[in-house]
Design a binder for this molecule. Sequence first.
Ligand code: SF4
Length: 379
Amino acid sequence: MDIQRNPTRPVRIGSVTIGAGNPIAVQSMTATPTQNIDATVAQIGALADAGADLVRIAVDSKKDADCLVEIRRQTTANLAVDLQENYRLAEDVAPVVDKIRYNPGHLYHHMRDTPWQEKVRFIAAVAAENDCAIRIGVNCGSVDPAKASGYDRDDSMAPMLESALEHCAFLDDLQFTRYCVSLKDSNPQKVVDLNKRFSSRRSDVPLHLGVTEAGMPPEGITKTRIALEPLIGAGIGDTVRVSLTVANDRKVEEIRAGKTILADIAAGRVRTVVDFGSDSLNIISCPSCSRVENEAFVELAEQVRQVTRYAGQHPLTIAVMGCRVNGPGETDDADLGLWCGPKQVHLKRGSDLVGIFSYDEILLKLKEELDRIISAVAG
Ligand code: SF4
């Protein structure tokens, strides 16, 4: 299939360059605790051996940042760092990574009196000094609150777009142009719409594509395919990630799935678009990362799928998230949400907390709540 790619600008990330017609890069993220250096280096090695062009690592503390220095020493893979609220950690990690990912929606929690512009200026300066690219990573579950408040609550896409465009303009003004953007949602159709709308405004900015919280394979791969086929077919997208909820020893499946989808699109082997989740039970789950505090999370996601099969014909969404960092926000829009702590799981109905339960109790409580929703709808 002859695809006319968008004329994006080149952005070099270590030894790989995205944009400007370069091959679409495939990436993944480690899910091992960053402070477990051996496990993290081994996972990076496995991902690189599977063909990952770039591997992202979460860093939330000074101790994580110190470990990243040693991780860098032990691998030649292209590394990106995922910053959460503490943007100042950029200074510690930039010398040893190739890209810094920040989320505009997370720049608010830390040092609240400091304007976001000052924080981005700091990240851009650190990136420029250390030969790093930047990704502005906008995510449906953590939209910049200042932006979200300016729009109708039902219009989740407008504040995301606005946020991405605003940060692009700001980096451009700083004359920092070595950046890409991602706009991720757990709904594949929204990922298509968001990225089409963004690229119609900024066709010069390379895009990282993916469906967040796509869940377990095979559904997680299918959801990502649904988003990637129309976008890449339209020339949109310079790098991709297939986010899958799988155990650490299966993380390479993200790379294999990404490469398979890209090869299929290039060969014209595109599938009929499935209307995912519109009239059936939709389980979304995060791919896990180093922030997971209990490895039982991946197994729990699988158990949730099994015990809720009886409700397959109900148009409801159940979200299963691996940690307290993104879990509370990213479960708000689901009918039922679970987010995992070290010993307990928080069960939510929409944005309301139903209760906090042990890993042994949670499936029963989830089922009770699901039955309540189904009876209310039927009743
Ligand atoms: S929800 Fe938490 S554990 Fe899951 S991918 Fe996001 S940050 Fe990592």
